[in-house]
Design a protein. Sequence first.
Length: 140
Amino acid sequence: MYEIINHIIKEEIYFHFSKSWGHGGQNVNKRETKAQLFFNLHDSKLTDEQKERIIELAGHQIHHHEWILIMSCQEERFQKANKDKVIHHFRQLLEQAIPEQKERNYTNIPFHQKQKRYVDKSRQSQKKQFRQDKIQLDND
């Protein structure tokens, strides 16, 4: 799961930076600190179930016409801090949408249990065989 998420973050997302609003004084007017993350679901290597789960979790952040997820952050004064924060939120979304596969623990069936299953199966077979013989006798 983490390999998939790291691949998506490195290869499949794009950023756009713009001027944000709010606190920060003149820094808001001069610097492009707002970070927007763009993720194209349509071209992603995720499965259809994972894409549907992302759409369900992201809600209004998905632009349905282009299947693009847009997440933004402008809470911090610095561009890098906003970028890190939006990546963190995106990573949390992916962790919820992509469930981790549990490794299966194989168990051995005890000998007496196998023997009991075999006996039950043979009894059931005998019942059915008896019914089949009875039906043939009735038809004659």
